[in-house]
Write a protein that binds this ligand. Structure first.
Ligand SMILES: *Cc1c(COP(=O)(O)O)cnc(C)c1O
Length: 350
């Protein structure tokens, strides 16, 4: 096992180490069978599909994910989107006004928001000009209060995945937790770090049904980690954090993986078409390589181009204010028809 110096008892907050999970009615009685009479949770007894509390452990969804990803259900935690999962990680491991976390701009804004919300100091280490992970600088920012390093790979908004070698050095050398946010992994040519999970006791991987799985509306975030880490997060999560409708829809979708795969393939082929056509546009200065379902492009004047597209009823993301992203726009890959409309508009404006 790598990173032998890692000790979960040294990274957990003392109050969380002492905490006992709230035990809900459904937690206390697990051996439910269909013919039982449930008078334990003060629910309305008249059936309408959602009158009962949802499974607090989301066992069926986890079993499907487990089969799909090859990770045991005890190493999976589900949340109300990745945002809840990430918040739980902050709350379990970072002591307010004492600990700090490290992240690598330009990246996903939620790490900073959640750090602020939880009163946790942040250290920001910029990516390189080509948006690569700077290993030495990142490890150099670590001090004795550094609890978590967040690596977003493929990274939002740059679109690239970090090299496995760079990530490995961070995971092996850092004595705290490394969270790899793999929200876009299904669009990537790089392999997921999930296969390495058992090798690294300090590794946490987050994924989501919001992007490749096409279910941003149901809010289902996924966290994979060691049994110890997942047990801690389970202890502090709100008991019914994933609602019944979400669990039902997630199950349906996870049983239709052929559809999901087809959509991913379609998006990837649309992405390469879009990349080629963007090259021909005179004011596009640079197209950054993408391992995700969006493309970051540098243009002559991002604010101007953004406004022009809005006038043509096309909404993209202006990233010009982000570190290293001056005059960049982030374009989500849409359907063939949507991408054609985008290209038509881009070619019309001058
Ligand atoms: C979209 C996105 C997520 C997904 O968040 P959800 O709360 O699961 O919808 C997570 N991380 C990154 C980097 C993202 O861009």
């Amino acid at each position: 096992m790598k990173n032998k110096d890692f000790n979960i008892n040294r990274v957990i907050r003392p109050n969380i180490a002492k905490l006992k999970a709230y035990s809900s009615a459904r937690d206390e009685f697990e051996e439910a069978t269909a013919d039982m009479v449930f008078l334990d949770a003060n629910e309305n007894p008249f059936q309408n599909g959602v009158n009962r509390y949802p499974d607090p452990k989301q066992q069926n969804v986890k079993e499907l994910l487990s089969a799909l990803k090859g990770i045991p259900t005890e190493q999976i935690l589900l949340g109300n989107g990745s945002d809840e999962v990430l918040d739980l990680i902050f709350r379990a491991f970072c002591e307010p006004k004492e600990d700090n976390v490290i992240f690598l701009p330009p990246t996903y804004g939620m790490y900073g928001v959640l750090a602020g919300l939880n009163n946790i100091d942040t250290k920001e280490v910029l990516l390189s000009e080509t948006f690569d992970l700077k290993v030495k600088e990142t490890l150099g920012a670590v001090d004795k209060h550094s609890k978590i390093i967040f690596l977003c790979s493929p990274n939002n908004p740059s679109g690239n995945a970090f090299s496995a070698k760079s990530i490995q050095r961070i995971v092996e050398d850092f004595k705290g937790l490394v969270v790899i946010d793999e929200a876009y992994i299904d669009f990537s040519s790089q392999a997921s770090w999930l296969v390495q999970l058992d090798k690294y006791p300090n590794l946490i991987i987050t994924q989501t049904l919001s992007k490749a799985f096409g279910m941003a509306g149901i809010r289902l975030g996924i966290c994979y980690g060691s049994k110890e880490i997942i047990e801690i997060l389970n202890r502090i999560k709100p008991p019914y954090n994933v609602n019944e409708l979400t669990q039902q829809r997630a199950k349906e979708r996870l049983l239709k993986m052929d559809e999901v795969s087809q959509e991913i393939e379609n998006i990837l082929s649309e992405r390469s078409k879009l990349e080629k056509k963007l090259e021909a546009i005179s004011y596009v200065a640079k197209i950054y390589p993408s391992d995700a379902n969006f493309i970051l492009v540098k243009v002559d004047d991002a604010n101007k181009r953004y406004d022009q597209l809005i006038e043509k009823k096309i909404v993209i993301r202006n990233r010009t204010a982000q570190a290293l992203c001056e005059n960049t726009l982030r374009l989500t890959v849409g359907t063939k028809e949507e991408n054609e409309k985008l290209l038509k508009a881009l070619n019309e404006i001058e």
